[in-house]
Design a protein around this ligand. Structure first.
Ligand code: TIU
Length: 221
């Protein structure tokens, strides 16, 4: 048990009951020519956290605490992509359209893969999710129950969309959730800042935040 001097107050990390969830560190969000750019975003901001996310993953691997990765993606026939999602707004290319890295946000296409630097090991679990939250329409609940996990540390992109949605889903399901604040990023710096604040406001109404160094130190006991 390592106590993290987190915000808004201490978080007692129990490596026997914890997992790291790395949200959607996919080429489609981080590299030019993918989904993130098709929505009009400057994707360069997101690449900056890759070394920090790598350090966090390494800390969990070293401590032999599970690392779970997620990917936002859809079946090739789009049967799990609601028209309300695909037709939203006026993007440069829609989910399922051909892009520079294959069909946008479709399972198995090059663009949906997790970036090479953060590739899962052969034994790590990868959850493919059709929504922004990782619990909706996935096997994540069963996986966590099977592993006896009650605490979740989060990293990945984007802070206010898939990370925050999943943290809120987890919080409502009774998990204690902590966001590694320097291992997450948004296309909008002000949205990241607001998300960190709203997560830990009101006595950790959603959860805690701490730095990658603090989490890794706690894992080392
Ligand atoms: N657009 C945006 O900020 N995010 C997403 O669409 N998905 C994730 O956050 N993974």
């Amino acid at each position: 048990m390592g106590v993290i001097n987190a915000k808004p107050f201490d978080f007692a990390l129990d490596p026997a009951k914890a997992a790291l969830i790395v949200i959607d560190m996919q080429r489609d969000f981080i590299e030019p020519g993918g989904f993130g750019e098709s929505l009009g975003n400057d994707v360069a901001r997101l690449g900056a956290i890759v070394p920090t996310v790598g350090r966090l993953i390494a800390g969990f691997r070293e401590a032999r605490v599970p690392v779970i990765h997620t990917k936002e993606c859809h079946r090739p026939d789009l049967s799990d992509c609601p028209p309300a999602k695909r037709e939203r707004g006026n993007p440069g290319a829609r989910i399922g359209d051909a892009g520079a890295m294959g069909r946008i946000l479709i399972a198995g296409e090059p663009g949906t893969e997790i970036i090479d630097e953060l590739a899962p090991t052969a034994t790590e679990i990868v959850i493919e999710k059709p929504g922004k939250g990782a619990f909706y329409a996935t096997e994540l609940t069963e996986v966590l129950e099977r592993l006896g996990i009650t605490q979740l540390v989060f990293a990945g992109v984007t802070t206010e969309v898939c990370v925050q949605t999943t943290m809120r889903e987890a919080n409502d399901r009774g998990y204690e959730v902590l966001l590694a604040e320097d291992a997450t990023e948004s296309y909008f710096p002000q949205f990241k800042a607001a998300t960190l604040e709203m997560i830990r406001a009101q006595g950790a109404i959603v959860g805690w935040t701490a730095t990658t160094d603090q989490v890794v130190e706690a894992l080392r006991g």
